[in-house]
Every structure is written in structure tokens, then in C-alpha cells.
Design a protein around this ligand. Structure first.
Ligand SMILES: [Mg+2]
Length: 178
């Protein structure tokens, strides 16, 4: 079944999410993927992303970075961001999603996972029953070729487009109230 790959919400980018609204709705922690979600694969954080984390923390939400990438990669990314992280997370294995909840000291219904890949970020969250938001993966403008995995993902998201009951399951979290 494809529904295990369907996100609760699908938004343009991490900058288009209304984090204050998430807090109001009862969420207490946001768990982020890093590569192609916050920055291009392997890149350091940007001023905009650093600022985003400050804004998120001001709402009262805690953050966690959950990445399949290694320690060194995350440590170089996280220089100006005050957030705990789990490296080599082995998503979609649910083990480290649960560990993240433990580290944040929040319940599963208070957490939301945000990532760019249905096969890792979203599948893992769905497997453990955690709300989740898919963002469009960051891509360089001159990047033409996309991999097989992204093509299958495209197919899944195409089918998701037709399944209205699976969309907007969190509701009203788009910045600007869309
Ligand atoms: Mg990613």
C-alpha cells in the first residue's frame, strides 16, 4: 500500500510552515531532517536556517535534528543552531524517532517530523504514528537528472494528489493561513 508513504501535509519549504500555529495546536517538538530539507545535501547551515531555528524556539517548540548522515556532517551544519541531534539515524527505522521523543521529553502526539523523503522521513514517522510534513526537496536550478528513487517518489506523490482524505491532516499550518 502506498499510504504508508503519504505525508500528513505537503508544503513548499520549511520556511512556509506556521510554527506558532503548530505550538498552538499542541505540538511541542519539531524533528527535522537536514539534507535537502534545510539545506542542500552536505552543505552548512545558512543565515536563514539559523534564524528559522531561533524563531521556532521563540514559539516554545523544541527541535531535534534526525539525520541518516554522520556525526561530522551534523556538527559542521549545526554550528549556529542550538538543537540536539541524532546522527546515523537509520530512518525509516523507528528506533531513533522514539529516542528523539525521549530526548525531547515529549509525547508522540506532541511531535511532528519534517523531511524531504517519503521513503525515509515520512515512512518512519508513519510507522511509529508520528504526524509529519513533507517539504519539496531542495534542488539546484541546473540539476536536471533525478534518480530512480525520486521518480518513484513522484509517482507516489501523484497518487497522493488524488487522495484528498490523506492531505491536510494537520490542517492550516501554511504560513499566511492558506
Ligand atoms: Mg533529506
Amino acid at each position: 500500500m502506498l499510504k504508508q508513504f503519504y505525508p500528513y501535509e505537503y508544503v513548499e519549504s520549511v520556511f512556509m510552515i506556521d510554527y506558532e500555529k503548530l505550538y498552538t495546536m499542541g505540538y511541542r517538538g519539531v524533528i527535522f531532517d537536514i539534507d535537502n530539507t534545510l539545506v542542500h545535501h552536505g552543505e552548512d547551515s545558512t543565515k536563514e536556517v539559523d534564524e528559522l531555528f531561533r524563531v521556532i524556539h521563540q514559539t516554545g517548540l523544541k527541535t531535534m535534528l534526525l539525520s541518516n548522515n554522520c556525526d561530522e556532517r551534523i556538527e559542521s551544519f549545526i554550528k549556529n543552531i542550538d538543537s540536539p541531534f541524532i546522527s546515523d539515524a537509520d530512518k525509516p527505522n523507528v528506533m531513533n524517532y522514539l529516542k528523539a521523543l525521549d530526548m525531547l521529553d515529549i509525547k508522540i502526539e506532541e511531535a511532528v517530523m519534517i523531511g524531504d523523503q517519503v521513503f525515509t522521513d515520512i515512512l518512519g514517522a508513519n510507522k511509529c504514528g508520528m504526524d509529519n510534513i513533507l517539504v519539496k526537496y531542495l534542488r539546484y536550478e541546473d540539476e536536471k537528472k533525478i534518480g530512480i528513487k525520486r521518480n518513484i517518489e513522484k509517482f507516489i506523490l501523484h497518487s497522493y494528489n488524488w487522495r484528498k482524505s490523506y492531505q491536510n491532516r494537520i490542517g492550516n499550518i501554511h504560513k499566511g493561513g492558506k
